[in-house]
Ligand binder design. Sequence first.
Ligand code: GLN
Length: 232
Amino acid sequence: TSFAADKPHYTIATDTTYPPFEFQDKDGEYRGIDMDMLKAISKEEGFTYTLKPMSFNAGVQAIQAGQVDGLLAGMSITPEREKSFDFSVPYYKTGVVIAVNGKDKDNKSLDDLKGKKVAVKTGTAGAQYAQSIAKEYDLKLSFFNDSNTMYNDVKVGNTVAAFEDQPVMAYAINQGTDMNIITKPVNTGGYGFGVKKGANAELLKSFDKGYDKLVKSGEYDKIVQNYLGDNS
Ligand code: GLN
């Protein structure tokens, strides 16, 4: 008999790729701030988990359908989501920005995007923001399931801009994605680990407790530093 058999086991969904929060390293291993944090928290709190990478939107739906226990995917805590999710404490500050092709010298502000085609990621806070201003700015929205494909659409010139979270867009640009952020972050808030409302209270409590320990021990800062260095 092993202790492990007594540990609670959960299925946790994450985004297929959302660096620096989750991404596959060259060995196919999932790494990133979310992933390292989850690993450390699970050790601290004594639970095991199976990771289920899927598109962000699929993750949101899997939670609502009760197919997975938790979603850790650089997920913004929004008032709308709080109706159907229970969230951990916010663990990272975020906001939505707009980025254009690095070679684009014409589109320097939201006003310049009037009447143009822009790229958004299905089911995200960025998409929601774009939809909220689409009428006013006459934006034509193209939807993508993952961030890379969305950036690529701007790179090849199908769309003029992408709506993305500031820390994620800034990281991608730092890593060599040829894009420029042209707006200040809006709809700012925090990232949270989410479970279906009213479900998995024990898992959520463990996450918060474990996170608190990581913050106090300095481990959380180390994880962030490891990916962002001086840019954190
Ligand atoms: N933070 C954004 C949201 O919650 C995007 C998350 C993501 O694309 N993984 O909608």
